[in-house]
Design a protein. Sequence first.
Length: 66
Amino acid sequence: MKFGTAYEYWSREWVCDYPATAKKVKALGFDVLEISADHLYHMTDQEIDDLKALGAELGLEYRSEE
């Protein structure tokens, strides 16, 4: 069984520092971080690649809310 949380719980005003949030939720024992699909549209390819790499490093999955 995997446990997850939504980014909104850890952010204010619908803005999120995903790398910092990913590290925080993994340290708390979560396996999945739900992220905003809209935020993905505004990220650069490099930001998305960096976030993917961090997820792989941490063993954290991302799921997008639609």
